[in-house]
Design a protein. Structure first.
Length: 117
């Protein structure tokens, strides 16, 4: 089965990927840094660790082994409100793309020129 590309509805490739360190630019968690846990490309959102926490009220279900109570978990954030942090210069920066000799694309930091994995 072919891998799906991270493409939004507008057709542009997403700059944020899973396990990227990001900075939140807008909203109630502005200035927070965290790791991307999941990218929801269809809705243009991403789930960031310890950002946009919500409370979920769950009912106990003994057959499934679920203990009831109030759980805290991360809610998705718009990708437009996130900026990737470069691992080399440790600063939030814009991303560019560079084509390698073997034809694969590589993400590049616009400020320091470092490549992302």
């Amino acid at each position: 089965m072919a891998k799906k590309k991270a493409v939004s509805q507008s057709g542009t490739k997403r700059k944020v990927r899973k396990n990227d360190q990001v900075l939140v630019l807008a909203g109630k968690n502005r200035g927070a840094r965290g790791r991307v846990l999941r990218v929801l490309s269809a809705s243009g959102k991403a789930v960031v660790e310890h950002v946009n926490m919500m409370k979920r009220h769950t009912r106990p279900n003994p057959t499934k082994g679920i203990q009831g109570g109030i759980l805290e978990r991360e809610a998705p954030v718009q990708i437009s409100n996130l900026m990737v942090i470069c691992p080399e210069c440790n600063e939030p920066s814009r991303l560019g793309r560079k084509r390698l000799e073997d034809g694969k694309g590589q993400r590049v930091c616009k400020s320091c020129g470092a490549t992302f994995s």
